[in-house]
Design a protein around this ligand. Structure first.
Ligand code: AMP
Length: 223
């Protein structure tokens, strides 16, 4: 890869496979993966003031207030390891967050390069979320049928225990998808207007999508 630093956003509904794709991309392009869902879950686990405020929103599948999430992201982007380029996953989720992100990047002398919009059908998203199992220890995602672990309930990477996220239950999943629909329309328009939006197919396998993204990066001069 050439010297140019790459800052990208993965945009798409819960279940689009953003986390899985971010995992592949960060290794292939040496990028830092910043997932606001992960940052918030860590804060909840640590029972920090942010975690205490965020947990009720998360359990209902609603958005945590913009100010809280933006502060978390800003702090993360200030760390030295963010210099090599960043994949943002799950942030921004609203136009207000996108504007706050632009301001934060500007302050840090950075800019967004591309927004990959992972268009995903609802059936696929629901199937992925309802079968998702996450490692308690290392956070790696598995799936009961799409990415089954070698031993049931045990992480392939670190041997940790796999669990189902509280917000991956059918009722909360429905709410999360609705919240996504409502809050993201403006966001797609915002990035399209800036000429940064690129649509990719979130329904295909992670590996196939990675091939498409690599071709896209090449076309855009990022490979
Ligand atoms: P995720 O892991 O991205 O599906 O996020 C899990 C939950 O964390 C969401 O349902 C929200 O409650 C919260 N969350 C994550 N990212 C954001 C964000 N950018 N803005 C507001 N809430 C967020």
């Amino acid at each position: 890869m050439e010297e140019r630093k790459l800052n990208i956003v993965l945009l798409g509904p819960p279940g689009a496979g953003k986390g899985t794709q971010a995992d592949i991309l960060k290794k292939a392009f040496d990028l830092l993966h910043v997932s606001t869902g992960d940052l918030l879950r860590e804060a909840v686990k640590a029972e920090s003031p942010v975690g205490r405020k965020a947990s009720e929103y998360m359990e209902r599948g609603e958005l945590v207030p913009d100010r809280i999430v933006t502060e978390l992201v800003k702090e993360r982007l200030k760390q030295p390891d963010a210099k090599r380029g960043v994949i943002l996953d799950g942030y921004p989720r609203t136009k207000a967050q996108a504007e706050a992100l632009d301001a934060a990047l500007n302050e840090l002398g950075k800019a967004m390069d591309l927004v990959l919009y992972m268009k995903t059908s609802e059936d696929v998203a629901v199937q992925r979320l309802s079968g998702r199992r996450v490692c308690r220890k290392c956070g790696k995602n598995h799936h009961v049928t799409n990415m089954p672990p070698s031993a049931e309930g045990v992480c392939d990477i670190c041997g940790g225990e796999l669990y189902q996220r509280k917000d991956d239950n059918p009722e909360t999943v429905k709410n999360r998808l609705r919240v996504y629909e409502d809050s993201t329309k403006d966001l797609v328009g915002y990035y399209r207007g800036k000429g940064l939006l690129r649509e990719v197919n979130g329904d295909i396998s992670a590996q196939k999508l990675f091939e498409d993204i690599k071709s896209l990066f090449k076309k855009e001069g990022f490979s």
